[in-house]
Design a binder for this molecule. Structure first.
Ligand code: HEC
Length: 128
């Protein structure tokens, strides 16, 4: 064996030893899948998650949250579910009529009964 071969062999050994020293923990990806089996949302919570959360969930990536931050400048929370003065009638009016860039929702999208449940659920969230 020439010198280069010996060095390469030694490097390979070091490499494999280093690899063995940092094993990838088994099940490392498990937390990401946790909760996948949780019960699906129902009633107003499900309607909110489907139609409202994409725009009103916390975080600047959500246009509704962004718009409410700009509109009320801290006077009211940017996150709609943190408001304390929502009433069912107000929620229903906004949903059926829309406001600014928020679209109105048709009865084929959110039926009257669904809207009642949604408004009740949203108002209930304020008193938690
Ligand atoms: C496409 C994004 C979008 C969706 C989807 C959306 N909203 Fe909005 N919403 C907005 C924006 C933007 C505003 C702020 C409008 C403005 O600047 O006046 C807003 C404002 C509101 C307001 C407060 C209006 C005010 O200023 O007093 C309510 C209440 C509301 N939305 C309810 C809902 C409900 C309930 C749903 C689900 C059925 C929903 N929104 C879905 C974008 C959205």
């Amino acid at each position: 064996m020439n010198m280069a071969g010996i060095i390469l062999g030694a490097l390979a050994l070091i490499g494999s030893a280093a690899g063995a020293a940092a094993p990838v923990p088994k099940g490392a990806a498990a937390p990401a899948t946790r909760g996948a089996a949780a019960a699906p949302l129902t009633g107003g919570a499900a309607t909110y998650a489907k139609w409202c959360a994409p725009c009103h969930a916390p975080g600047v990536a959500h246009p509704g949250t962004n718009a409410l931050a700009a509109k009320y400048k801290g006077e009211k929370p940017a996150v709609l579910l943190e408001w304390r003065d929502l009433t069912p009638d107000y929620v229903k009016y906004m949903v059926r009529n829309g406001i600014s860039v928020m679209p109105r929702f048709r009865k084929t999208e959110i039926g009257d009964k669904e809207l009642d449940a949604l408004a009740a659920w949203m108002v209930q969230q304020q008193h938690k």
